[in-house]
Design a protein. Structure first.
Ligand code: GDP
Length: 195
């Protein structure tokens, strides 16, 4: 199973401008530098579709990319802004944070939110807050631990198990560098989209 074609549909900070909910979609969230662009590129078999950046905190838009699988099924991969889900920003009602929450709450075709966590750091307050928020709005969540190659093979299983135990959410370990876990992630996505 693989993604054979991708196209950028929109990148916007305006809820009225996001595409019609025509395909099942999977959204990806994570703090800057967690490896989100690298993971999305690895998943899409593309190099520069999602921008790998060294400057943190740039985007405040929601990006929709249409992906076609080898089965011909089509889904949206959705790149969420790097932050905006901490309780503080929720309370502050900054427009972009509000925008992201509105999207997550009201998107009928949203099947899963993938929360990226650096395997070496584990979840921080923002991620825990975000998990709580997704539970409130009843959107299924999956944790993807990134940069698995940064820890020894012998330690990977125990770290992943602990992450799952601590958060109560299913965890998949991945590396955009070695491509480990990428196929498992795609299978999980397809399963959640009922394809
Ligand atoms: P984003 O800000 O979350 O989109 O993160 P990027 O994809 O831009 O990656 C941030 C940095 O981490 C870059 O220097 C990447 O090369 C590096 N990186 C991303 N994924 C991996 C991985 O799986 N393994 C290793 N070793 N480095 C990674």
């Amino acid at each position: 199973m693989r993604i054979v074609e991708t196209s950028l549909i929109s990148s916007t900070g305006n809820l009225e401008k996001i595409p019609e909910p025509s395909f099942p979609e999977i959204a990806f969230a994570g703090r800057s530098n967690v490896g989100k662009s690298s993971l999305l590129n690895a998943l899409s078999n593309r190099k520069g579709l999602f921008k790998v950046s060294s400057t943190p905190g740039r985007t405040r838009t929601i990006v929709h990319v249409k992906a076609r699988l080898d089965s011909d099924a089509e889904i949206y991969l959705v790149d969420l802004p790097g932050y905006g889900y901490a309780k503080v920003s929720r309370d502050a009602k900054e427009s972009w944070a509000k925008f992201m929450h509105e999207y997550l709450k009201d998107r009928p075709t949203l099947h899963l939110v993938v929360i990226l966590v650096d395997i070496r750091r584990g979840p921080q307050t923002e991620e825990i807050d975000f998990i709580e928020f997704l539970e409130e709005v009843e959107v299924p969540a999956l944790i993807v631990a990134t940069k698995l190659d940064k820890i020894a093979n012998s330690k990977q299983k125990s770290v992943l198990d602990k992450l799952q135990k601590d958060t109560g959410i299913n965890v998949i370990g991945t590396s955009a560098t070695s491509k480990k876990g990428i196929e498992q992630l795609l299978k999980t996505i397809v399963h959640h989209c009922h394809l």
